[in-house]
Design a protein around this ligand. Structure first.
Ligand code: FA5
Length: 356
């Protein structure tokens, strides 16, 4: 009986050794161990058959079984060490293939919107002249958008700017001019501010009119401010932005919040003044209305018009971007066209045009 069991024991041991040696992965080894050495394995079954031996044979056979079990466990452990070593070597190889000093892959990130870019340029010019950049709310009160700008409720000038009214009685600001009285109240005279921002008008959209567009308000108040200051600064602005002489014309313009008021137009850079859809065949684009702040507006801002004077302007930022980058249709700028514009360097050189 014992020799039969001995033969089985040897076969199990030889088989186990082979199975462990063949295990190619740690997982395969784990499964092989469970199969050969586990509670339901062939070795455990042989332990159960000790009772079939004669009493004299039991001791030595049990000892041989224990030896075989220990030897197999040792084999499995040896194989595990080998597999762990080769896995670590593979990890190391992979780690060496990763070079943390290499530059990352280039990811296309789009670029700054042309209106934002031109806004930065204008801000840069005015900051150098001692102006501060301020912001006002896009959702405005009737008071700041109209009344405080000398446009009372029944004034016909309210028709100049078709308004998106909100159910709350507030409105989406139709221009950045509400920032004027807000700035006067907040800072008092003397004062130099610009206020870039989004404006909204309920109007028919065409190549040069959007219902959502950007303006940049400018306001300078001090003693002895005159039209000469206004014109000097407007000229400097255009020269700095276009980096060349721009053909402009100044004509009288009516805005209830300035007196006198002007319209500053620039020669259309899409058609070079010949006339096109962007300039409505006139060759000129309205870009920079301006004027001397009306005494009533100064009063609304708590400033004595006998002591202080000032000028204000409302630069059409979106149109300025169109003129600068040759965008013939304003709708392109709100269209979500993500073609990147590569600006060579902040505030220098001419960006690649979006016009096709
Ligand atoms: C005004 O909005 C005045 N608040 C400007 C002002 C400020 C005058 C301070 C005097 C003193 P106007 O409605 O003309 O004015 O608009 C100013 C500029 O915004 C225009 O010259 C034009 O460049 C731009 N603009 C006006 N409406 C639109 C529109 N629908 N789409 C794109 N740009 C527009």
């Amino acid at each position: 009986m014992s020799s039969d069991l001995d033969a089985q024991l040897q076969a199990i041991r030889a088989d186990g050794e082979q199975v462990f040696a063949d295990a190619a992965t740690l997982e395969a080894l784990k499964q092989a161990e469970a199969r050969v050495l586990g509670k339901k394995g062939p070795l455990a079954a042989l332990f159960g058959r000790i009772r079939e031996c004669t009493p004299e044979q039991r001791g030595p056979f049990g000892q041989r079984l224990n030896e075989a079990k220990a030897a197999l466990a040792e084999r499995a452990q040896g194989r595990r060490a080998e597999l762990e070593q080769s896995a670590a070597a593979a990890d190391l190889k992979q780690a060496q293939a990763f070079d943390p000093t290499l530059p990352p892959p280039v990811v296309a990130r789009g670029s700054v919107h042309p209106v934002t870019y031109v806004q930065w340029e204008v801000e840069d010019v005015f900051e150098r002249l001692g102006f501060s950049v301020v912001a006002g709310p896009e959702m405005e009160t009737e008071y700041y958008n109209f009344e405080a700008l000398n446009i009372p409720a029944m004034h016909p000038a309210r028709d100049m700017q078709d308004t998106f009214w909100l159910t709350s009685g507030m409105l989406l600001r139709t221009h950045t001019s509400p920032c004027q009285v807000r700035a006067m109240e907040r800072f008092g005279p003397p004062l130099r501010v610009i206020a870039p921002g989004r404006c909204f008008r309920y109007e028919t959209i065409d190549a040069s009119h959007e219902n959502t567009f950007f303006q940049l308000e400018g306001l300078m108040i001090d003693r002895h401010i005159s039209i000469a200051n206004l014109i000097g600064i407007m000229k400097l602005l255009l020269r700095e932005i276009f980096k060349r002489d721009v053909k402009v014309r100044l004509r009288p313009g009516y805005f209830p919040f300035v007196e006198p008021g002007f319209e500053l137009d620039m020669s259309c850079s899409i058609c070079d003044g010949a006339g096109c859809a962007t300039c409505k065949r006139s060759g000129w684009v309205e870009i920079l209305p301006c004027g001397m702040v009306h005494p009533n507006v100064l009063r609304f801002g708590g400033i004595d018009p006998h002591e202080y004077t000032g000028f204000a302007f409302g630069l059409g930022l979106t149109r300025l971007a169109m003129m600068k980058y040759g965008v013939g249709d304003i709708r392109v700028l709100n269209s979500g066209d993500l073609r990147p514009i590569v600006y060579p360097e902040k505030f220098s050189g001419t960006p690649i045009t979006m016009a096709e």
